[in-house]
Design a protein around this ligand. Structure first.
Ligand code: ADP
Ligand code: MG
Length: 232
């Protein structure tokens, strides 16, 4: 038996603002196997971001456990958690967060500079990644010279720079028009195939779900398995 890439068990997280407690997750459990493209669907405010942040070790749960590639996130030291995030997990957020003064290629290179990757190898990795996301001819352009969809593609390439085993994408199409958005899921699919990455993508966009291997429904703080809708 291989380890699941992600194993979430009884995850609980509530936010306290003043006297009011907002429960975001109330015992969410699910597994994602290596090489799967899994969509998490839920309306706005259902806890998708909270869930992805906990899986990526950006937040701490009130109860339950998250294991990524066999490692329990909550049990790691600060250093081990940092190393896991740097080396094994890639993040794509709703707003791309690219550095405006850097070119597309330089943005993709940023995470590689945090590791001991030789310059020639860095250049080659950047070239491969920009080609993968269809931006081979845009390497020298700054983010403001790219469309929203192209910017998000650079962010995806950047997230893949250090060959993560797991890519977490939080509403990556949230700020894109529907036509541009529709191209992102096939790209994630190509990434699963080409890079062997497991992808977990949160979305409330119904149109994206048909590309997923599995759809998980997040409602009332819990996960249920949902059917993958037909395309179109
Ligand atoms: P989604 O990503 O699905 O829109 P979130 O995970 O962002 O959902 O939020 C889930 C719930 O937790 C919402 O009710 C939201 O208002 C609340 N919440 C999220 N982050 C915070 C925070 N930092 N402080 C207080 N409440 C929060
Ligand atoms: Mg969110």
């Amino acid at each position: 038996m291989t380890e699941p890439m992600v194993a979430v068990d009884g995850l609980v997280r509530a936010y306290r603002t003043g006297k009011v407690e907002v429960p975001a997750l109330r015992g969410a459990s699910f597994r994602v196997e290596p090489g799967e493209l899994v969509a998490i669907r839920g309306r706005s405010g259902s806890g998708k971001t909270t869930l992805l942040n906990l899986i990526g070790g950006l937040d701490t749960a009130d109860g339950g456990t998250v294991r990524v590639d066999g490692r329990e996130i909550g049990a790691l030291s600060e250093d081990d958690l940092l190393a896991l995030r740097r080396d094994h997990i890639g993040f794509v957020f709703q707003s791309h967060g690219l550095i405006p003064v850097l070119s597309a290629a330089e943005n993709v290179e940023v995470p590689l500079r945090l590791t001991r990757t030789a310059p020639a190898e860095r250049d080659e990795r950047v070239r491969v990644l920009l080609a993968l996301v269809g931006l081979a001819d845009h390497a020298a352009q700054r983010p403001y010279e790219l469309s929203g969809g192209q910017q998000q593609r650079v962010a995806i390439a950047r997230a893949l720079a250090n060959r993560p085993r797991l890519l977490l994408a939080d509403e990556p199409t949230g700020q894109l028009d529907s036509e541009t958005a529709a191209a992102i899921m096939p790209l994630l699919r190509a990434i699963v195939a080409g890079e062997g990455v497991t992808v977990l993508v949160a979305t409330h966009d119904q149109a994206l779900l048909s590309e997923a291997d599995r759809v998980l429904n997040l409602e009332d703080g819990k996960i249920t398995e949902a059917p993958v809708p037909a395309a179109g």
